[in-house]
Design a protein around this ligand. Structure first.
Ligand SMILES: CC(C)(COP(=O)(O)OP(=O)(O)OC[C@H]1O[C@@H](n2cnc3c(N)ncnc32)[C@H](O)[C@@H]1OP(=O)(O)O)[C@@H](O)C(=O)NCCC(=O)NCCS
Length: 227
């Protein structure tokens, strides 16, 4: 750590969302701070008024996204931690329209080469491994023990749920939700906003806006609209 880095005050941050994923994201910030104090996590924002004023593991739900209208965009960074990719995209758009920008966070246990391009608002949970020549789109969430191989690209707003293994040279388009324990073999493409069931093995390209499950993964549904 350079002396200049050591003197930086902690970055203020607010989490969009106040559910389980948001609490898990707070845990990642806390784990980073145990290594080096660097984040000042103010709390959570959620449009569910029943949550306002409550404490989540010691931190407040500050209000709805309207809370941002009274805040100064340059004074803090945001990170979106809502499980649904389309809902996450909508929240990000609302906050960005108010001028806010987003930070990314990686648990200290993440293993990642210098040849990984990480977008804005990306979350990397404990145990994630990213090898080389990988691109992660904005606001994508890689959950516990997910691994990604060489030359793979993930679009924005993807969910890579716990224990997912993505092989080399895979393309995962925007908003894809890969269920817990799913595997994608090398060279395949998964179309935008598709959902892969827990435990599935993707052995063929998948089109956009489908749900595929099983081993090998088979399409069981198509989505005309996103939630
Ligand atoms: C794939 C998934 C999205 C389907 O949900 P859904 O659209 O509500 O579909 P349904 O529950 O109606 O299931 C449809 C059919 O697929 C089967 N199915 C659902 N998920 C399956 C899976 N993961 N593997 C194999 N079959 C599955 C169901 O048994 C059902 O079969 P049937 O028609 O013969 O009864 C969901 O089951 C899933 O696996 N989600 C992943 C969740 C996850 O990993 N969350 C991580 C949070 S950290």
């Amino acid at each position: 750590m350079s002396p200049a880095t050591a003197m930086l005050p902690p970055q203020k941050v607010v989490i969009l969302g106040a559910g389980g994923l948001a609490r898990e994201t707070a845990f990642i910030f806390d784990e980073c701070n145990r290594v080096r104090p660097q984040w000042d996590l103010l709390g959570f924002l959620d449009d569910d008024a029943r949550r306002h004023g409550t404490l989540l593991n010691g931190r407040p739900v500050l209000g709805s996204l309207a809370w941002l209208e009274a805040a100064e965009p340059s004074s803090l960074r945001l990170i979106a931690a809502v499980g649904s990719p389309p809902v996450r995209k909508r929240l990000v758009a609302r906050a960005a329209a108010l001028g806010f920008s987003f930070c990314s966070v990686a648990h200290p246990s993440v293993v990642k080469s210098e040849f990984v391009a990480v977008g804005a608002g990306v979350t990397l949970a404990a145990g994630v491994i990213l090898t080389v020549d990988i691109r992660l789109g904005d606001h994508t969430f890689l959950n516990l023990d997910a691994t990604v191989g060489h030359d793979t690209t993930l679009g924005a707003f993807c969910n890579v749920n716990p224990g997912v293994h993505i092989s080399g040279s895979v393309t995962v388009e925007e908003g894809v939700d890969l269920g817990t324990g799913a595997t994608v073999i090398q060279g395949k493409r998964i179309g935008a906003w598709s959902i892969v069931g827990a435990g599935a093995v993707v052995t063929t390209d998948l089109p956009p806006r489908v749900t595929a499950v099983g081993v090998p993964a088979r399409v069981i549904k198509t989505h005309s609209a996103l939630a």
